[in-house]
Design a protein around this ligand. Structure first.
Ligand code: BYC
Length: 476
């Protein structure tokens, strides 16, 4: 067990107290982080008391402390999961050799690129959610939003630690850049597409937590397999916090479905207009939001066939989620993977890629299966309510901006169609101006303890065994 001093300004288990170089780098960076948080974080709520979980260690039994904190005083700590004794490289050309405690020079730029890409998403998501606190559907939800925001802040710290501790001057420069790019900025946008999409309403927020945080789960699990042990251990611990973010997405969307079903029952109709008049979210509208966020998040896995993916796998830099338990062949030098590509004649054809080059697609497939779980649950709710409607994930070929299907018009089932038909049918597939207008009209803040906005059902339980009507945020 590594020791943790969580009485420090920066709680950590990386022996920060005895590392002057790292202290200097972090002390230089911290004021900039706080300035960024003030400007682009949920700073309108800086003086509110929020019931938050703070990571204080890596012991599965007691890794977090719950208490009331003002967000600027949150203690963003640096934690690595405990080392695994005699850990060896789990995949690629160096399979079976001891893992690395330093970055091998020849792989430095590949590692830096991945760490920067991972790090960039964390502050991006805080920026995207910057204004949401003003339209919260309940204090319970407001607290969950802030919990996610501070933890994404900590995940940024985690990547900055790796950059500062292992990449010298380049790492320090990259850490500054993580605070200089901004979500949606025309000149300096965030690196990955989805992280430049605005999140202006809570339906988008819950979809983001469900779909985009789930990409986080898969990418972090892949990096948790890395041969660079400090990175692997950092990502392993980040996954502990990530689970709550997906929980917020899944239960948020489930509560919306539940409320809609109640309204449908009350008014004896499934007519979208009638449901909207009751201030709820009709299911076809929800489906269009799912289509939007799912297709955007699929792009986060990169191209189906990628030489970057092949290189990072071969070099032991980035593996597959649960590499040890889920796969037999950890070298993948001779195997292949079947992918679907456009046939150039308006159709779909099967093609074979060397397995290593298809790693992005392997991950995307696993991700899609994981996304299905929530839909099954919500559809069960709808069926139990006595309705026929079924929520569905669109085809992975629909509305892609990256990879083989980028900019190829298809319908929701992934059938290539001509551009004119596509553009005509898009309002039925993606949130329309009227959908967005309706959702916007629902975004009225509800801050009386235990009360919920009319478009969402209460959660089944509160946070950390507290009641749902606990005052999770005391607004200043
Ligand atoms: N948008 O060979 P390609 C999370 C770029 S979420 C824009 O196809 P590759 C979180 C790519 O960067 C998890 N650009 O793919 C969730 C490359 O550019 P460069 C985030 C894109 O390289 C919620 C070029 O296209 N973590 O933690 O195999 C809240 C060719 O790339 C996109 C990671 O992603 C896109 N969607 O892999 C908070 C892990 N997709 O370098 C947090 C780190 C690709 O040629 N990143 N490009 O200029 C990676 O593992 C890989 O970089 C990718 C793509 C999976 C993103």
């Amino acid at each position: 067990m590594s020791t943790i001093d969580y009485s420090e300004k920066i709680p950590n288990n990386v022996d920060l107290a005895n590392d002057r170089t790292l202290q200097r780098a972090l002390e230089h960076w911290q004021p900039r982080f706080l300035e960024w948080w003030k400007e682009l974080g949920p700073n309108d709520f800086a003086n509110s008391d929020v019931y938050l979980r703070t990571a204080v260690g890596v012991d599965a039994q007691g890794w977090a402390h719950y208490g009331t904190v003002k967000m600027p005083d949150y203690r963003w700590g640096i934690f690595l999961a405990d080392p695994i004794a005699d850990r060896t490289i789990g995949f690629g050309d160096s399979y079976g050799q001891p893992v690395w405690q330093q970055v091998p020079g020849e792989f430095r730029s590949q590692f830096r690129r991945l760490i920067v890409t991972q790090g960039d998403t964390e502050p991006a998501s805080v920026e995207q959610q910057h204004k949401l606190g003003h339209s919260c559907p309940s204090l319970y939800d407001l607290r969950n939003l802030f919990q996610i925001n501070v933890e994404e802040g900590r995940h940024l710290w985690a990547m900055v630690y790796i950059l500062h501790a292992y990449f010298g001057r380049d790492g320090r420069e990259e850490a500054e850049e993580l605070l200089a790019r901004h979500s949606g900025d025309v000149d300096k946008p965030r690196i990955l597409g989805t992280f430049n999409e605005p999140i202006e309403d809570w339906l988008s927020f819950f979809c983001f937590c469900y779909f985009t945080d789930r990409d986080g789960k898969f990418q972090l699990k892949s990096l948790a397999e890395s041969s660079f042990d400090p990175l692997a251990r950092t990502c392993r611990f980040m996954l502990t916090e990530e689970a709550h973010h997906m929980f917020v997405g899944e239960t948020g969307l489930g509560r919306i479905v539940r409320r809609t079903l109640e309204v449908m029952k009350e008014i004896g109709s499934d007519d979208p207009e009638a449901i909207r008049r009751q201030g709820a979210v009709d299911l076809p509208l929800l489906q269009r939001y799912l289509n939007f966020w799912f297709s955007s998040s699929l792009d986060l896995f990169g191209s189906e066939v990628s030489s970057n993916a092949a290189t990072t796998f071969a070099n032991g830099i980035k593996g597959r989620p649960d590499e040890t338990t889920q796969y037999q062949d950890h070298v993948c030098a001779d195997s292949s993977f079947e992918i679907e590509v456009p046939d150039g004649k308006g159709g779909v054809m099967k093609d074979k890629s060397p397995m290593r080059n298809a790693m992005n697609e392997v991950l995307r497939d696993a991700y899609i299966r994981d996304c299905e779980i929530g839909l099954k649950r919500w559809n069960m709710q709808i069926k139990r309510g006595g309705y026929k409607f079924e929520l569905k994930l669109p085809s992975s070929r629909f509305r892609r901006a990256i990879g083989a299907w980028a900019n190829i018009p298809t319908d929701l089932d992934g059938r290539p169609i001509d551009r004119e038909e596509h553009d005509r049918r898009i309002p039925g597939w993606l949130p329309s101006a009227s959908d967005r207008g309706h959702v916007k009209s629902l975004m009225r803040r509800v801050v009386e303890p235990g009360k919920m906005a009319a478009w969402i059902a209460p959660p089944e339980r509160g946070v950390n065994n507290l009641p749902v009507d606990y005052e999770y945020v005391r607004l200043a």
